[in-house]
Design a protein around this ligand. Structure first.
Ligand code: WTA
Length: 634
């Protein structure tokens, strides 16, 4: 593929070109590197105020033709997926491009037999097994819209996502292996589907072999169907702007947002960014440790690598099973060349004895990456010294579910890295910093709200079923610009450092959590009158959750420890264990403004243990509550 950046002057040259004439820039990349059934009539058409964005208008394509079919001529026997199971005693599987192509066709035939057709939604709730990738590709091949739901979400969370997108089919498994535990995924689906009227069938992959109840007619074993299915399938011709997938992400208020990505722009953008950010070369073995249930897995385990004909590792397990050297063992075993993980994983593994990492030969590595949250200085250096051995550039990649692909990142061997800095925007990306008054902050050594000026091909096109919310969330705070929800600073040479969320989203272990949905679930507890959640710094997780809870006046004494457990249990049931609170403090009131808004700024400071300056508390309705909360801080 013909679109690399060779050195720093070349980066600046390409960057300038991409900004001066984005249409020409993307036109050339799209034209030279993909198979199209029909070319576009216009590269981009957009109205940022109305949040209407279209790329490669009227082009016809199918992303799987580019992920699979096109590689059959030269790479049919090349390994597309190395599947590394949870238990290292089970053999890894090497799936060639030919096999992946055939398995995808079979799966597409199964879905078609069940009445799935173009535009229908299919939810996928699977562990990190090959069937997850195959299901997604099969949907894409037949024009169905996949919506992968992270297999750590609770039944209630699954239900709301399935109902929001109106899925016809759910693909799940009898269970999943996570370290020495197994999780009953089918049971969670059974509970969810009771309240999902649109679901006709549940396809079940056999993974753990545990007993499951199969509901007649509704539930089907996948292998029974794929065994009989043909390995040929006629690819659906898709329009550039036809939906490819929906992926839910937390909002600061209300229900999760179903971010919709479409076929052509997402394809062009993930392929281009994968190639450049990971310095991908033909014989590389690339490994991203994310779960496919998140955007990082969609773009950089599945689509980006396959579009480039790469070998991508899919790892089913966890970093600490059977021992805390599993990552390093897998790198050594498969001779991984690019390793892409999250700061939270780096921090937790850095806490383990050095021997775990030292005993493995990591010399195959060429590029190492980080994603999902700001990487702190200490973690950056540990990663650089012990994993990259100071030879592998760290690509600190900033991006979002909404952006589809990486936006700000060093280009390895091109951009000099700087600890904690995502450095420079990729070609085609125009970051701007905005102040409170919606004025652009010019110059360097400044900080502000991070926005993007011009659309790029990978941007999500809407929130499924709620374009108004899409427009309001991303395009109205700073009219005409895409607002990321992040704060950033620009240093003296123009490098960007992401400072964190400026809205009510808290990133815990790399997972985005909205405060409102968690508060809503706490408030379901009969003893709770009101609650407020804030994040506070945590050594490993980046942030942890601190809840301030007001109990209803009943006159009777409650057992606080039991209440804490019940509250966390409720959160686990309605959202998932990832949203559990680390600390719960019972308070008699919350600091509120006269208009009734909770002053989270103050709660954040208390949770952090920083009592130095609460700012102006004179506007509070109840300033006396601050001392009480402070004195009883956990
Ligand atoms: C944060 C993950 C600092 C950021 C791809 C963003 C980061 C949110 C970085 C999106 C990074 C992601 N440095 N912060 N390198 N990468 N973030 O949608 O706050 O799960 O807005 O997408 O993660 O999280 P999401």
């Amino acid at each position: 593929m013909n679109y690399t950046i060779s050195d720093l002057p070349d980066y600046f040259k390409q960057y300038k070109k991409s900004i001066k004439n984005p249409k020409k820039f993307w036109d050339k990349i799209a034209d030279e590197n993909f198979i199209w059934y029909q070319r576009w009539t216009k590269v981009v058409d957009f109205d940022m105020e109305e949040a209407n964005i279209k790329w490669f208008k009227n082009a016809k394509l199918n992303i799987t033709k580019n992920c699979l079919d096109r590689h059959l001529a030269e790479r049919a026997e090349k390994t597309a997926i190395i599947w590394e199971p949870n238990n290292p005693d089970e053999n890894a599987r090497h799936i060639s491009y030919r096999e992946l192509y055939e398995e995808t066709n079979k799966m597409a035939n199964v879905l078609a037999e069940l009445g799935v057709s173009k535009g229908d939604r299919v939810c996928i709730y699977l562990p990190m097994i090959p069937e997850l990738a195959i299901s997604m590709l099969a949907c894409a091949k037949m024009g169905a819209v996949h919506s992968v739901i992270f297999a750590g979400f609770s039944a209630t969370a699954v239900e709301s996502r399935v109902n929001d997108c109106g899925a016809k089919i759910i693909i799940t498994s009898d269970g999943s292996f996570r370290g020495n535990k197994s999780v009953d995924l089918k049971g969670i689906i059974d509970e969810a589907v009771e309240k999902c009227p649109t679901v006709k069938n549940v396809l079940v992959v056999k993974r753990t072999g545990s007993e499951v109840v199969m509901k007649p007619e509704r539930d089907l074993w996948l292998s029974d169907l794929t065994e009989k299915a043909s390995a040929n399938f006629i690819t659906k011709i898709m329009d550039a702007e036809d939906p490819l997938f929906i992926l839910y992400t937390s909002g600061s208020t209300g229900k999760p947002k179903g971010m919709l990505h479409t076929c052509a722009g997402y394809m062009v953008y993930t392929a281009y960014t994968f190639k450049n950010v990971f310095n991908y070369k033909e014989n590389d073995i690339y490994w991203c440790t994310a779960d496919i249930g998140w955007i990082t897995g969609h773009s950089y385990i599945l689509y980006g690598p396959l579009l480039n004909g790469a070998t991508t590792v899919i790892f089913e397990g966890i970093p600490t099973y059977p021992e805390p050297d599993r990552f390093w063992e897998v790198i050594e075993k498969h001779k991984v060349t690019q390793f892409y993980t999250a700061p939270t994983a780096i921090r937790s593994l850095a806490k383990e004895s050095h021997e775990w990492v030292e005993k493995h030969d990591l010399s195959s590595l060429r590029v190492i990456g980080s994603v999902g949250e700001p990487i702190n200085d200490e973690a950056w250096h540990w990663y650089n010294d012990n994993v990259g051995h100071k030879k592998c550039p760290i690509v600190d990649t900033w991006w979002q579910t909404e952006t589809g692909g990486i936006m700000i990142s060093p280009i390895p061997f091109v951009t000099p890295t700087k600890p904690t800095y995502a450095t420079l925007p990729l070609p085609g990306i125009q970051p701007v910093l905005m102040d409170e008054n919606r004025i652009e902050i010019m110059g360097n050594q400044v900080d502000g709200n991070l926005c993007i000026r011009f659309p790029w091909p990978g941007i999500a096109r809407t929130i499924w079923g709620d374009h108004q919310r899409y427009k309001e969330t991303y395009f109205t705070t700073f009219p005409g610009k895409y607002f990321t929800g992040d704060g950033a600073l620009r240093d003296e040479v123009g490098y960007y450092r992401i400072t964190g969320r400026v809205d009510d989203i808290i990133i815990v272990s790399g997972h985005n959590l909205g405060t409102a949905p968690i508060e809503d679930s706490i408030n379901l507890h009969p003893a709770v009158a009101e609650s407020a959640i804030v994040g506070y710094p945590h050594d490993i997780k980046g942030n942890a959750l601190y809840g301030f809870v007001i109990l209803k006046e009943t006159g009777e004494e409650r057992n606080k420890e039991n209440l804490r457990k019940e509250i966390n249990q409720l959160i686990t049931e309605t959202i998932g264990p990832i949203a559990k609170l680390d600390k719960i403090q019972f308070v008699s009131g919350l600091p509120k403004t006269r208009s009734g808004k909770i002053m989270r700024r103050i709660l954040r400071k208390i949770a952090e243990g920083d009592f130095s300056n609460f700012g102006d508390t004179s506007t509070l309705l109840n300033p006396e509550i601050v001392d009480e909360i402070k004195d009883e801080r956990l």
